[in-house]
Design a binder for this molecule. Structure first.
Ligand code: SAM
Ligand code: SF4
Ligand code: SF4
Length: 340
């Protein structure tokens, strides 16, 4: 029987942020000129990560996603992948990446046992990519997507954060591109989370607006009815192409949220919006047994009542939730530290 929180939500999906470092500076995630990084000695080793995962799986975790920062910056990530892929309790092992280093790593990650890959891609224009990420690497991201498609993952997805006046005119182009490379595209509403210091309500393109824009181009869009705790609602175009929308800002899905996050230094966060977490590194390094770690995890999850995106929606604020001076004091509040 799985462990339930206060709203009867099971503990199932665990996102492991394997590094807080990143090789891009996306406007909606890391727009500032400089950042404070987690001390290197605080980062969990692969063995420590695997030990913690082994404490989570008997409590219901069967889906693990590696993220960051940029997870492919973590040296020898395929070694961690093969360790986790060997765990029978993990039914779904996935990775979210910005794709810059993916061409070099895709085949090795597949061989190590990674099931699924999601690549973040917000534009197909090199100029816009430069403005959005402060980098010239779009060609490498596209090569990474090609390599992932060739490597034969069980699923390849493209995640696109849609921002008004920035890339909202590219939704059709990205869907068409996804069709060509065999990737399911998911459009994400721009969220007021962590490092999104430039967020403002007027920049959010809502799910309703996205559907209207796509229907104006393609015609009737059919909603796919499915029972799932996955964040994306899925839709079908008249030609059969399936895509998703993650409406985290205007229609949050906290009621069915079974996700939690572990930062690269072992802080366990129960919600993307959580302002504090549980330090699992300290007991781990102090020699806690797996049973002791499990008891801690169990005690924390059983009183979880987080519903950050719903609460954020209720606030109806024009300004960001976490001011920059607060972010500067605690790197754990940053999206690139907690893993998207
Ligand atoms: N660096 C990797 C990447 O970009 O795919 C993994 C980590 S990144 C934090 C994970 C996801 O969070 C990305 O798909 C990114 O687009 C999303 N993200 C970051 N900031 C966001 C924001 N303010 N609103 C919506 N999505 C955001
Ligand atoms: Fe962009 Fe991901 Fe890096 Fe954030 S962590 S700046 S979303 S690539
Ligand atoms: Fe889950 Fe928190 Fe996101 Fe709601 S805001 S879906 S509770 S992580």
């Amino acid at each position: 029987m799985s462990l339930l929180d206060r709203f009867s939500r099971p503990l199932r999906s665990l996102r492991l942020s394997v590094t807080d470092r990143c090789n891009l500076r996306c406007q909606y995630c890391m727009p500032e000129p400089d950042y404070v990084w987690l001390p290197r000695e605080s980062l969990l080793t692969f063995e420590e990560l695997a030990t913690l995962v082994d404490a989570f799986t008997p409590l219901g975790v069967d889906r693990v996603r590696l993220t960051g920062g940029e997870p492919l910056l973590r040296r020898d990530l395929h070694v961690l992948v093969s360790q986790l892929a060997g765990r029978r309790a993990i039914l779904d092992l996935a990775l979210t990446t910005n794709g810059v280093l993916l061409a070099e790593h895709a085949a090795r990650l597949r061989a190590a046992g990674l099931h699924r890959i999601t690549v973040s891609l917000d534009t197909l224009s090199p100029d816009r990519f430069r403005a959005l990420t402060r980098s010239d690497e779009l060609h490498r991201v596209l090569a990474g997507i090609d390599a992932a498609a060739a490597a034969g993952f069980a699923a390849l997805k493209i995640d696109t954060v849609v921002m008004r006046g920035v890339n909202d005119d590219e939704m059709v182009a990205i869907l068409e591109y996804g069709r060509i490379v065999g990737a399911e595209v998911r459009f994400i509403e721009y969220m007021d989370v962590g490092g999104a210091t430039h967020w403002k309500p007027s920049a959010v393109v809502s799910r309703r607006e996205m559907l209207a824009a796509l229907a104006a181009h393609y015609g009737r869009i059919e909603a796919i009815v499915e029972q799932s705790s996955a964040p994306a609602d899925r839709f079908r175009l008249p030609d059969g192409t399936v895509f998703g929308i993650i409406s985290s800002t205007t229609e949050p899905f906290c009621a069915s949220c079974d996700r939690s996050r572990l930062t690269a230094d072992g802080i366990w966060l129960l919600c993307l919006y959580a302002t504090a977490g549980t330090d699992l590194r300290r007991p781990l390094r102090a020699g806690a047994t797996r049973e002791e770690l499990q008891r801690l995890i169990q005690a924390v999850w059983s009183v979880r009542a987080d519903r950050g995106a719903e609460e954020r929606l209720g606030m109806d604020r024009e300004t960001t939730l976490i001011p920059i001076r607060t972010l500067r004091k605690d790197a754990h509040l940053e999206m690139h530290t907690r893993g998207g």
